[in-house]
Design a protein around this ligand. Structure first.
Ligand code: ZN
Length: 277
């Protein structure tokens, strides 16, 4: 049986005209970096733009593989186009797999950056002149940007990881998009699903974990929880196969959702893939 979600994508993506017809596209650039088009407004989310192997590995992860472990799916020229054409940047938190040195150098400094409260000074220190913390909600270009909460792990490790946020983007006539950020399944995520009833949820899987302590991003079981809490939502799983502390691969998650019979609404895009909604 053809999954209708995937079928739509295969039918639509090759035809540029549909970019105009469909109100929202979400492109996975790599890891948690997304390029979101909402009625022609372009948002670059959690930009990590370093070339493969250019950063030190995450320590205490059980291996010493340099990161990112894969190249960007687009050329240097296309990266330039990406950062030049982005109307704004959305940053869920400042860990280097979401906001790296390459991104801070490449993105034009006058591009508005939306972030969680507390991160604005570090972003301004990089030279960005328009930095807007999202306290609860703000309006920009006709899009309502809500901030949501999350837990970047449990116990002491969760504390160490610091505060993280997600964002919900709403615009009349456009499917509601919830970008959950680096969070495990927790009350904050459940609350966000109940409060906003998103049509599309992008969440960070990968079961990122250190040698000790619980996972700090979603596990396969967490993914199932999200689906059970929002059975009608289209789920998009990212944050896999790129950073050395992520233990859950795309393939493993694909196998899991098939075994659990929850594959119908859960999509696992490849780097560079564009999903239209
Ligand atoms: Zn992350």
């Amino acid at each position: 049986m053809i999954d209708p979600f995937r079928y739509d994508y295969l039918q639509e993506a090759p035809h540029k005209r549909l970019i105009r017809v469909s109100p929202m596209q979400v492109q996975l650039i790599r890891h948690a970096t997304l390029f979101v088009h909402i009625n022609g407004v372009k948002l670059l989310v959690d930009p990590m733009l370093s070339p493969k192997g250019s950063m030190e590995p995450v320590s205490n992860a059980g291996n010493h593989i340099r990161i990112p472990m894969v190249d960007l799916p687009i050329s240097e020229t296309q990266v330039q186009t990406l950062v030049q054409t982005a109307d704004a940047i959305l940053v869920t938190h400042l860990h280097r797999d979401h906001w790296d040195e390459a991104a801070t150098q490449l993105i034009p400094k006058q591009t508005p950056v939306f972030c969680q409260p507390g991160d604005e000074n570090q972003i301004r220190e990089k030279g960005f002149t328009v930095v807007e913390p999202v306290i609860d909600c703000l309006d920009w270009q006709g899009i309502q940007i809500y901030r949501t909460g999350g837990q970047h792990g449990t116990g002491e490790i969760g504390q160490k990881m610091g505060k993280v946020s997600g964002f919900v983007l709403k615009k009349p006539g456009v499917p509601k998009l919830y970008i959950a950020g680096d969070t495990i399944w927790c009350d904050e995520v459940q609350l966000a699903l109940e409060k906003h009833r998103p049509v599309v949820v992008v969440f960070n899987a990968g079961t990122a974990q250190f040698m000790s302590g619980d996972p700090i991003t979603m596990t396969a079981a967490d993914v199932k929880q999200v689906h059970q809490a929002a059975p009608k939502a289209k789920l998009v799983a990212v944050h896999m196969d790129t950073i050395n502390h992520c233990r859950l691969s795309r393939q493993e998650l694909k196998n899991f959702i098939r075994q659990e019979n929850v594959a119908q609404k859960i999509y696992i895009p490849n780097d560079g893939e564009i999903l239209s909604f």
